[in-house]
Design a binder for this molecule. Structure first.
Ligand SMILES: NC(=O)c1ccc[n+]([C@@H]2O[C@H](COP(=O)([O-])OP(=O)(O)OC[C@H]3O[C@@H](n4cnc5c(N)ncnc54)[C@H](O)[C@@H]3O)[C@@H](O)[C@H]2O)c1
Length: 389
């Protein structure tokens, strides 16, 4: 029989409860303890999963030798529990994004992981969504040609900074921002899609006219070393029907990918890659199969686009090869955590369940993500481009 990994969860709010339930249900893990400064939250979640509750994670470390510690404290408070877990000898930490909200905190976490020869995974959950895996595949396989420009908009309903965490919401959002809470996701996705390219320069604007306790939005241009430029934008002042809207689009020399990940009013969720016209039907089907092997079902299409110009409404004579999926993506907040468990059990960064998708995100990815996000904030504050070296 395989050993069961003993897990402790620090911070059992919205995400921490997901962690506790996930590890409770996973056959290879057992939640033995949870810790939260809000003792009643710790007691409640501990009761759900049959774990011991602690108000102070240091007491938890004194009582339990843990194989895995999950840290799901608010954005600005990841450093202390993660460093404490590493100092207590935890071989693996799974941390919520962002790695940190300051470069100093991110570097301290990175250096502690290295010093203790431990492993830290960052739950950049979007990486496990089927259509994000498909996006990376299309880009990495060169199906759009070299990508020239991209756009990513990830916006929350204004209810998030004003109400998602109840009475704690404004203080929570004040310690974070749309840059840390939302653009950390986008920056990580872009680094993963365009690996090994890295962000070299950042320019950004911000507004602070509505909320008062945290910036209303960040709107940034990222220049990658490969020449690619991507506009990334995240708002916290939208009066919209949905909780989240998320849209990505990439224009390559030979094709375009459009991804309505969390569709807003008037849009349908879906994903379409109009790939290079030189790709044959047989090659298109091979790409469809390759994605299926990664667990992502998209349709290979050969269609006739119908652009309308003035009075003319005619299909092009050129057939457009495409890969398409209509509907929401698979994957959820804990899907990548499942891959982390596989990685721990197989002692690798590329477990069998994650083949073809690059290494799983670690402290090194978190450090780089924090560097780019803090550069976005600095660029907006100084109204100057900021180099990221
Ligand atoms: N809410 C979301 O939709 C969402 C989605 C994805 C990721 N995340 C990330 O997950 C993390 C947690 O977010 P959340 O929404 O669950 O926040 P939350 O406030 O609901 O939960 C955080 C918990 O940590 C506890 N806490 C704070 N300091 C602590 C400490 N020193 N020791 C122990 N417990 C402490 C708080 O009491 C709270 O219960 C954040 O980094 C966030 O960006 C949140």
């Amino acid at each position: 029989m395989k050993p069961i990994l003993k897990v402790g969860v620090i911070g059992v709010g919205i995400l921490g409860e997901h962690y506790a339930r996930f590890f409770h249900e996973h056959p290879a893990t057992q939640v033995v303890a949870v810790a939260d400064v809000r003792a009643e939250a710790a007691q409640r979640v501990a009761g759900l999963v049959g774990a011991q509750a602690y108000a102070d994670y240091r007491d938890m470390f004194r009582q339990h030798a843990l194989d895995v510690v999950a840290v799901a404290t608010p954005d600005a408070f990841h450093r202390e529990p993660t460093l404490a877990a590493l100092a207590a000898g935890a071989p693996v930490v799974i941390q919520e994004k962002p790695l940190a909200t300051t470069w100093e905190d991110a570097l301290a976490i990175y250096e502690a992981v290295e010093k203790h020869k431990a492993r830290l995974f960052v739950n950049f959950a979007n990486r496990a969504a089927g259509l994000d895996i498909a996006t990376r595949y299309v880009i990495q396989a060169g199906l759009l040609g070299p990508v020239i420009y991209g756009e990513a908009r990830l916006d929350d309903n204004i209810i998030v900074p004003t109400g998602l965490w109840g009475e704690r919401s404004r203080a929570w959002a004040a310690d974070s921002s749309t840059a840390h809470f939302l653009l950390s996701h986008v920056v990580d996705l872009l680094r993963w899609h365009f690996s090994p390219a890295e962000v070299k320069e950042v320019y950004a604007i911000s507004q602070a006219q509505v909320l008062g306790f945290t910036p209303d939005l960040y709107d940034a241009y990222l220049t990658f070393d490969a020449g690619l430029k991507v506009r990334v934008k995240a708002e916290w002042i939208k009066h919209i029907d949905e909780l989240v809207e998320f849209y990505l689009c990439f224009s390559g020399r030979d094709g375009t990918l459009v991804y309505n990940k969390r569709a807003g009013f008037g849009a349908e969720p879906g994903w379409r890659a109009n790939v290079a016209a030189t790709i044959t039907p047989a090659q298109l089907l091979a790409h469809q199969d390759a994605l299926l092997a990664r667990g992502v079902k998209v349709s290979a299409l050969l269609h006739r686009p119908e652009p309308t110009t003035g009075q003319l409404s005619a299909g092009s004579s050129v057939l457009q090869p495409s890969l398409e999926f209509r509907g929401p993506s698979s994957g959820g907040l804990m899907a990548l955590v499942g891959r982390f468990v596989d990685a721990i059990l197989e002692d690798t960064l590329t477990p069998r369940s994650w083949q073809g998708n690059g290494p799983l995100p670690t402290h090194a990815d978190g450090l780089r993500q924090t560097q780019v996000v803090t550069a976005i904030i600095r660029a907006a504050e100084t109204d100057r481009p900021v180099r990221v070296d």
